[in-house]
Design a protein. Structure first.
Length: 231
C-alpha cells in the first residue's frame, strides 16, 4: 500500500510540474508588462517615443537581482517580442522567454532589484539576439539609451547602436550600458510556456505559436503605443 501511495504521489507531482512552470512564465510576462506600462506612463522621464517607434524588438527583464544566483554576478529572466513581418511593419509577436547574465552590475545598490528594458534597433541586432547566446557590446553593439521625449541632440554612438538599454531601480530610470553581459533564449521556459521545444526564432520571427492569454496586456501596450515601425 505504501509503495502504491508513493507512486501515486510521484505521478501527481510529475503532472503538476509543467503546470507550475507555465504559471511561472505567465507571471514573468505579466511582470514585464507592468514594468513597460509604468515606464511608458512618464514620457518626459522614460524611453523616447521616436526610438520606440523605430525599434524592431523590445526586451524586458523585470526585477533582476544582484548576486541572486552567482556570487558577484547577476541573472535575470524576461521576455522579448518583435514586430512581425519581413519588413517589421506588422503587429507585435508572441513573446519568447529570455535570460540575462553578467558580471556584477555596479549600479545596483544593496541587492535592490532592477528592471531593464532593451530596444533592438535594426535587423542586425535582431539577428544577433536570436542566436543561441549573444554577448552585448561584442556580438551586438549596445549603448545606454537616452531619457526623454526626443533624441535630436543625442550622439552618433547612441543613434547607431544596434541595442539601446535602460534600467530602473528605486524609482530612478536611466540609460545604462550592459556591455559585457550576455543574453540568450531561455529554452526551458519557452517549453514550459508553449508545451514544446521552440527557439526564439520559431516564436518571434516565424510565428509558429500563438501568444498566450497572459501576454494580452503586454501586446496591447505595445500595439497601442507603437502600432507600426517608423521608417
Amino acid at each position: 500500500m505504501n509503495r502504491k501511495r508513493i507512486l501515486a504521489v510521484a505521478m501527481s507531482m510529475s503532472l503538476a510540474l509543467p503546470l507550475f512552470g507555465q504559471t511561472t512564465e505567465q507571471q514573468r510576462i505579466k511582470d514585464s508588462a507592468q514594468v513597460l506600462k509604468e515606464i511608458l506612463a512618464t514620457p518626459d522621464k522614460g524611453i523616447p517615443k521616436d526610438l520606440l517607434d523605430k525599434s524592431e524588438c523590445v526586451v524586458v527583464f523585470p526585477s533582476v537581482k544582484k548576486g541572486a544566483f552567482v556570487v558577484g554576478g547577476s541573472y535575470g529572466r524576461g521576455v522579448i517580442t518583435c514586430r512581425s513581418g519581413e519588413d517589421f511593419k506588422g503587429q507585435w509577436s508572441a513573446p519568447a522567454m529570455y535570460a540575462l547574465e553578467g558580471a556584477s552590475f555596479g549600479f545596483q545598490i544593496g541587492g535592490q532589484a532592477t528592471d531593464f528594458v532593451l530596444l533592438i534597433m535594426n535587423e542586425g541586432g535582431a539577428k544577433s539576439v536570436m542566436s543561441s547566446k549573444v554577448k552585448l557590446g561584442g556580438d551586438a553593439s549596445i549603448a545606454a539609451g537616452p531619457v526623454g521625449r526626443n533624441t535630436s541632440a543625442e550622439t552618433d554612438i547612441v543613434m547607431k547602436a544596434q541595442i539601446l538599454s535602460w534600467s530602473r531601480a528605486r524609482g530612478v530610470f536611466a540609460g545604462v550600458s550592459l556591455a559585457g553581459s550576455t543574453m540568450r533564449s531561455d529554452g526551458d521556459a519557452n517549453k514550459n510556456l508553449y508545451g514544446e521545444s521552440l527557439s526564439a526564432t520559431d516564436i518571434v520571427r516565424d510565428g509558429k505559436v500563438k501568444a498566450p492569454s497572459a501576454a494580452d496586456g503586454l501586446l496591447k501596450i505595445l500595439d497601442t503605443t507603437t502600432p507600426r515601425q517608423a521608417s
